[in-house]
Design a protein around this ligand. Structure first.
Ligand SMILES: O=P(O)(O)OC[C@@]1(O)O[C@H](CO)[C@@H](O)[C@@H]1O
Length: 385
């Protein structure tokens, strides 16, 4: 059994995690302040939160917060310490909860329930890139099954690059270059050999990524690769652009509004939601600061019967394998053996965690002399059956 590696923390000034706090978050907070005419109190709270993360100590939620007890349960002894010395995963997750607190997202009043990332998520659906992607479905429809599967799986995978938080610090989008692991054959063999395949899809970002996810879901259902799909969504705005139930509706409307194949796809998705072939679920644990080793019993029981659970994105990958400084050749199957169902991860590499790579792949990536773990230029499809 592999030794447990150290948790990733944010206190090294040349590290990716340090940059998230010191470079990404100040821009993020400014963007939120510019996107909404929040009252002075909320603006001050946002400034104070940023200051606390950079030079203060981690303060608990107010005791009257509706989820105070939950955050006590998720406490691992980091309150009162420095944000940068706590595990990156724990601290970053709590930061997003504190952002919601700062703007009164859960508090009575006019700002209750207003998604602080909503304007950016919606703007993405109005771009030419989305228009082009939807029009391309007409061409995909003319391909054979194997090519369709490849095209739609890769669209869902690379859609993960479209994460709005990532774009705050990443260079402008270049060509999607490289898959560093590709177990996609296992996805299809698992689904094709199952009696009544049920796929659980744990979503990541809204916008272009969710659009590609929904199109993949439609394809799985339309071709019989899945008899039913359960989509798991965040219960609240999180890690900038993560998808909520409201985002599914926005993206679905966008697909249905397009001409040609896309409109038909949108109509099928709408009907599948209405008749329960697709169900939407959410759970507080999707916004928890812990790895999936700590899945609560009800969520583990929900996932256990899945033919396959597909996890989207960087954060879900971090939570699946553990946000730790693993040697990159650590076996993926070993680290994920605990997960309650067969599991696939579709992830572009946007943080330091890397596992399940072959020694030649690691040597090739290291030889590029680039920040291959965090640049978003590489991606992987890893599966444990
Ligand atoms: O889960 P996602 O949307 O693919 O990525 C989340 C992300 O942008 O946030 C973290 C840094 O803030 C990194 O783990 C990763 O780059």
């Amino acid at each position: 059994m592999t030794n447990v590696a150290d948790a990733i923390v944010s206190d090294q000034p040349d590290s990716f995690a340090w940059g998230v706090w010191n470079k990404r978050h100040p821009v993020l907070i400014k963007q939120i302040q510019e996107a909404f005419p929040y009252p002075a109190e909320a603006r001050g709270n946002l400034d104070a939160l940023l200051k606390e993360t950079l030079s203060g100590t981690i303060q608990r939620l107010p005791v009257d917060a509706h989820d105070y007890a939950l955050w006590e349960e998720w406490d691992r002894g980091w309150y009162g310490g420095s944000w940068l010395s706590a595990p990156f995963l724990w601290a970053e997750s709590f930061f997003y909860r504190r952002l919601l607190e700062a703007v009164g997202y859960f508090r009575p009043g006019a700002w209750r329930g207003i998604d602080l990332f909503g304007p950016a998520k919606r703007a993405e659906l109005d771009t030419q890139a989305v228009e082009t992607e939807l029009a391309a479905l007409d061409d995909v429809a003319g391909l054979g099954l194997a090519e369709q599967r490849r095209a739609l799986l890769l669209a869902a995978l690379w859609g993960n690059r479209a994460d709005l938080g990532f774009r705050i610090t990443a260079a402008a989008e270049g060509p999607a270059t490289d898959l560093v692991a590709d177990d996609s054959g296992l996805i299809w063999s698992l689904l094709d050999t199952a009696e009544d395949p049920v796929v659980h899809l744990v979503t990541d970002n809204s916008g272009r990524e969710l659009l590609a996810d929904l199109i993949l879901v439609d394809h799985l259902l339309a071709t019989g690769a899945a008899a039913r799909v359960v989509m798991h969504l965040k219960p609240q705005p999180y890690y900038v652009s993560d998808a909520t139930g409201a985002d599914v509706l926005d993206v679905l409307r966008r697909i249905t509004r397009a001409p040609g194949t896309a409109a038909k796809t949108g109509q099928r998705l709408w009907a599948a939601l209405a008749d329960g072939t697709i169900s939407l679920r959410t759970h507080a644990f999707w916004c928890a600061p812990l790895s999936f080793r700590h899945l609560p019993a009800d969520l583990a029981a929900d996932l256990a019967p899945a033919t396959l659970t597909i996890l989207k994105g960087d954060l879900n990958h971090r939570r699946l394998v553990g946000d730790r400084a693993w040697p990159p050749t650590t076996q993926f199957a070993e680290l994920t053996a605990y997960f309650p169902s067969p599991v696939a991860t579709l992830r572009t590499l946007k943080s330091d965690v890397a596992v399940g790579l072959t020694p030649p792949t690691v040597a090739r990536l290291d030889a590029t002399g680039t920040a291959w773990r965090t640049s978003g230029e590489y991606a992987l499809i890893q599966v444990r059956r």
